[in-house]
Ligand binder design. Structure first.
Ligand SMILES: Nc1ncnc2c1ncn2[C@@H]1O[C@H](COP(=O)(O)OP(=O)(O)OP(=O)(O)O)[C@@H](O)[C@H]1O
Length: 573
């Protein structure tokens, strides 16, 4: 609730209108049986004036009730929609402030569920809250008092019905809250299976995994069905049980009143009014139960949202100039462990590279190459030691300055839906077509972009599905170079390019980005053979540092990689 209150307060005016309209609605609902009673007595007395007068008031009251109901729904919806929109925007802003490690810890899909499903739960409870929270107790207490006033001698019928209905609802709502919590989990499971399947649909199809995937989905879906069915059975029993109890109470009241009807003819009108109040009490209890269930679901969602909102980003940036720094890189005794891991992935790494040089990083898979690149881009901070860029500790650079200095191109290219120019302008807002062409020429992407009917305004579909792997990589490199970064990291970023294109990219980089430090992580030695310096990684340590010639001459690990690749190339040629 602490999370929600500041958001609700922003809609004070709508909240007041919603609450005042509830009071008008309850008044109209409760007063109608009372008037009906007066009219019925007037009918018995044959008093036409009273019938007419009270009839008009009754119609007026009904109209007031309808108008109040409409106003209440509109303003409750204003508050609910406003709260949900603001909360979603703040949650999104918060996630944007997270460090990469924070996003990884929550997991991206989990954060998406929190921003969509959980926010929806909040929206529903706020809406229901302003429609029902004040209405239920007012209706319940009002109907109870008026029923007692109408037929005080039937107090025990009323009390008996209330005890039974409240007892049964308490028991079943308790039980159903457990089922609803299970449903929440089961919905997430179904979502996860469906999402994984659809995102990896190419793999599913190519390995003919459809039957396996269908059975996995069926299992998750069956679990959800079972719990939902249990909720359905409970409701199926609960509703008739409530109405049976109410009807028994009505029968008892009518029977008792019927004994005296000839002595007290006004009892006839009173019993009609009494029955209306019994029904209102019943509806108040049923709606109260629903609200409790919704509230318990929303409470879980609120907890999940609060968890994100209260998470402090694990990485903070200093305020400072937004200018880029020079492209020198230095690692000084850097040790790094991934959050949650026991042993370090990088162990005591030290090296220096001058601005404008090219550095290659090779090593076995899992040896820590990508991790090292991530530390240059400050996606993580080291446990100990310092990473310096342009002679400054990366922790002492403002976020904008660091992002302007370092461009990081990954093997698995991530392009955003929109157009090619939208993607390029993410890095350089005011990029002209000439600048785009310049960058595309370096990345060898101009050749296919310019063949597209809309060239740089060509659409990029969701997950860039309208481009091949090689085209995606070239577009990512284009985006990486367009702002002429001081440091360009290519993390296996040319793996989907043929040898000729890769060579052309490297030559263009040498020619056009002369002052840029290039860090190339590659499986193939051929990709880094020209580098000024090559780091050889093995199990999180640097086991070789030199140029190709030096390493071929005296580094065992490098020699092994080189010989294996040469032998493979020999086999292939
Ligand atoms: N987010 C992460 N959380 C925990 N451990 C991780 C994470 N990312 C990588 N690792 C582990 O750190 C080690 C080094 O991974 P890294 O990706 O740096 O290796 P790499 O040399 O780039 O491998 P490859 O050549 O296969 O890309 C691996 O053992 C990997 O399992």
């Amino acid at each position: 609730m602490k999370v929600l209150m500041p958001y609700i307060k922003r809609y004070r005016k709508d909240v007041y209108i919603a609450l005042i309209s509830v009071i008008a609605l309850v008044f109209a609902t409760l007063w109608q049986p009372r008037l009906l009673q007066v009219i019925m007595n007037a009918i018995l007395d044959g008093n036409k004036t009273v019938i007419f007068q009270q009839g008009i008031i009754l119609i007026g009251l009904a109209i007031i009730g309808i108008i109040a109901g409409v106003i209440n729904t509109i303003y409750s919806a204003h508050v609910a929609l406003g709260v949900a929109t603001d909360l979603r925007a703040d949650l999104y802003r918060k996630v944007q402030s997270f460090a990469y490690a924070d996003v990884e810890e929550f997991s991206a899909s989990n954060l998406v569920v929190r921003m969509t499903n959980d926010i929806n739960q909040i929206q529903q409870i706020v809406m229901a809250g302003f429609q029902q929270v004040s209405r239920i107790p007012l209706l319940f207490i009002g109907a109870f008092i008026l029923a007692m006033v109408t037929m005080p001698q039937q107090w025990w019928v009323l009390l008996g019905m209330m005890l039974i209905v409240l007892g049964v609802s308490w028991y079943s709502y308790q039980k159903m809250s457990i089922y609803f919590a299970e449903t929440q989990q089961d919905i997430e499971d179904v979502n996860t299976v469906a999402r994984e399947n659809l995102m990896g649909i190419r793999v599913v199809k190519s390995f003919v995994q459809e039957p396996h995937e269908i059975s996995k989905f069926s299992k998750a879906s069956d679990k959800l069905t079972k719990v939902t069915a249990k909720i359905g059975y409970n409701f199926a029993i609960l509703m008739p049980a409530f109405f049976l109890t109410a009807n028994i109470a009505v029968v008892i009241a009518v029977y008792l009143v019927g004994q005296n009807i000839t002595v007290h003819p006004t009892y006839l009108a009173a019993i009609t009014s009494f029955i209306s109040y019994l029904m209102q009490i019943l509806f108040a209890v049923i709606n109260g139960g629903f609200l409790m269930i919704m509230a318990s679901r929303a409470n879980i969602s609120l907890g999940r949202i609060g968890e994100v909102m209260n998470t402090e980003p694990s990485m903070k940036y200093v305020e400072g100039t937004s200018d880029p720094v020079e492209g020198d890189i230095e690692f000084d005794h850097v040790t790094f462990t991934y959050p949650g891991d026991d042993s370090p992935t990088l162990k005591d790494i030290s090296f220096k590279i001058k601005a404008g040089e090219m550095m290659g990083i090779v090593g076995a898979t899992g040896s820590g190459k990508t991790t090292m690149a991530q530390l240059i881009a400050r996606l993580y901070d080291p446990d100990s030691g310092t990473v310096k860029v342009g002679g400054t500790d990366v922790c002492q650079l403002s976020e904008v300055s660091l992002r302007k200095t370092v461009a990081y191109v990954l093997q698995r290219s991530t392009l955003f839906s929109g157009t090619i120019s939208d993607n390029l302008r993410q890095v350089k807002e005011d990029a002209t077509v000439n600048q785009m062409q310049w960058a595309a020429n370096i990345a060898q992407s101009s050749e296919f972009i310019e063949r597209l009917p809309m060239t740089y305004d060509a659409p990029v579909e969701e997950r860039s599905s309208n481009f091949s792997g090689g085209q995606k990589q070239r577009l990512s490199i284009t985006r990486g170079v367009i702002a002429e970064p001081k440091i360009l990291i290519l993390d296996d970023a040319t793996s989907a390019l043929d040898a000729k294109s890769e060579k052309l990219v490297q030559e263009a980089l040498d020619k056009d980005l002369t002052t840029t430090t290039t860090v190339v992580i590659a499986e193939k030695i051929s990709s880094i053979v020209r580098a000024d310096r090559i780091l050889v990684m093995d199990d999180g340590r640097i086991v070789g540092n030199g140029n190709h010639k030096e390493l071929v001459a005296n580094n065992e690990v490098y020699q092994k990689i080189y010989q294996t690749q040469k032998a493979r190339e020999g086999e292939m040629s």
